[in-house]
Design a protein around this ligand. Sequence first.
Ligand SMILES: [Zn+2]
Length: 208
Amino acid sequence: MRSEPGDSLTPGAAEPADATDPALETVRPGQPTPGRAARAGPGADEALADPGAVGRRQRHELWMRRALEVAVTGPDDATPDADDVPVGAVLYGPDGAELAIGRNERELTGDPTAHAEVLALRRAAHRLGRWRLDDCTLVVTLEPCTMCAGAIALARVSTVVFGAWEPKTGAVGSLWDVLRDRRVTHRPEVYGGVLEHESAALLRAFFR
Ligand SMILES: [Zn+2]
């Protein structure tokens, strides 16, 4: 079995302070982001590398507010179906530019795969003219399911930021951890629980 530089580290020892600070973005106990421990990926020293910029957490929250907006309104060319669970996703390019958005359209289009993440990935790939979305960040209001986690990995997305945890079907830390499984080679950085309360409140309001 191939070993990676971070594999021998004591869990938590190499974690940046914010990865274990419960007041900041949530990384579940016992589930550090291997991508971060195993390599000096994007974001590992962001604050140091770019001291004048808005901090990572603030940027993630800003992006999540946009994803929450998309969850409510959907893309401009489609009126959301009232029966579709309001989940929104936004794909950001390496420079932070918005590449594509998606809202869950399962009911609207009668397509079982029309989840917000898949739609955002498809549209971004179409726009860029390639399937590889390296160095891109997917921001989604709800923890991705197995299908979406698989699609995210296949697209080589570098970073995933999600809002509410989904204990029943979540595949990025809750029920499974598809994106940080050490058996797979492509492991995006994951930040969960970003604006968790706002994201969960939107879903609660829908199901009420
Ligand atoms: Zn999904």
